[in-house]
Ligand binder design. Structure first.
Ligand code: NAI
Length: 249
């Protein structure tokens, strides 16, 4: 028996890092999985690996997002879990003195507007079922003052927390739970790219993690599976931290 037996999950950003580890975890726990991402080649390979289904979707595009959830419903008949996870870190120096409006807008679109679009598109399916679990990926940077100099990223993730709390409260009596996932630093391509640009940053960050290491994507996926499962039936509207103690250090 898997903890997600009989459930259907849609995972954005499912081709890499946290999303990919979650695709594998969901499948191992018995869920049917729809993988949504920009990377068509990798997406199809992963879908074959887990006997799931891939949809090419840009999460900043409302039509793509609508088509992604429609595909899940048509293919598997229901949608129990939406893991709205796709995100980017800023391309260039994202300190407030340097970042420009175009870079700011891009990060808000991919990290925050996408979550709005996904929640808006999936809620009608969940309302019709009278059940569902939405998990929106935020970050530890949204709950603490970290000297990351990533103003557009931090602001986008703060928006995810606020929106999630409001939706969690609004839909609590409709059988729908909505939680934010707040990972600490996770060993994924996103983090590796960031550290490649600024190698000292890894050491600076590591000092502050009480556990003295970064998370592996599988450790975050375990938390997502818990939030998606009925084991978390009384958890909604939370900022669910999986950060090795970082935000309370
Ligand atoms: P990653 O870079 O390994 O994977 C992100 C995936 O999202 C990629 O497969 C990419 O193709 C996809 N993606 C990007 N833009 C997209 C778009 N417009 N439409 C559809 N798919 C798109 O990143 P990682 O580390 O797995 O991050 C996942 C989430 O976790 C992001 O929201 C990130 O901000 C968040 N996060 C990551 C942390 C870390 O240390 N890695 C820490 C805290 C939060």
């Amino acid at each position: 028996m898997g903890k997600l037996d009989g459930k259907v999950g849609v995972i954005t950003g499912g081709c890499s890092g946290i999303g990919l580890a979650t695709v594998r975890k969901f499948a191992a726990e018995g869920a049917k999985v729809v993988i949504a991402d920009l990377d068509e080649v990798r997406g199809k390979e992963i879908a074959d690996e887990v006997d799931g289904s891939f949809v090419r979707a840009d999460v900043t595009d409302a039509d793509d997002v609508a088509a992604m959830f429609a595909h899940a419903k048509e293919t598997y008949g229901r949608i129990d879990i939406a893991f709205n996870n796709a995100g980017i870190s800023p391309a260039d120096d994202d300190s407030i003195l340097k970042t420009g409006i175009d870079a700011w807008d891009r990060v808000q679109n991919v990290n925050l507007t996408s979550v709005y679009l996904c929640c808006k598109a999936v809620l009608p399916y969940m309302l019709e079922q009278g059940s569902g679990s939405i998990i929106n990926t935020a970050s530890f940077v949204a709950v603490m003052g970290a000297a990351t100099s990533q103003i557009s990223y931090t602001a986008s993730k703060g928006g995810v927390l606020a929106m999630t709390r409001e939706l969690g409260v609004q839909f609590a009596r409709k059988g729908i739970r909505v939680n934010s996932l707040c990972p600490g630093p996770v060993n994924t391509p996103l983090l590796q790219e960031l550290f490649a640009k600024d190698p000292e940053r890894a050491a600076r960050r590591l000092v502050h993690v009480p556990m003295g290491r970064f998370a592996e994507p599988e450790e975050i996926a375990n938390a997502v599976a818990f939030l998606g499962s009925d084991e978390s039936s009384f958890i909604t509207a939370t900022d669910f931290l999986v950060d090795g103690g970082l935000s309370n250090a």
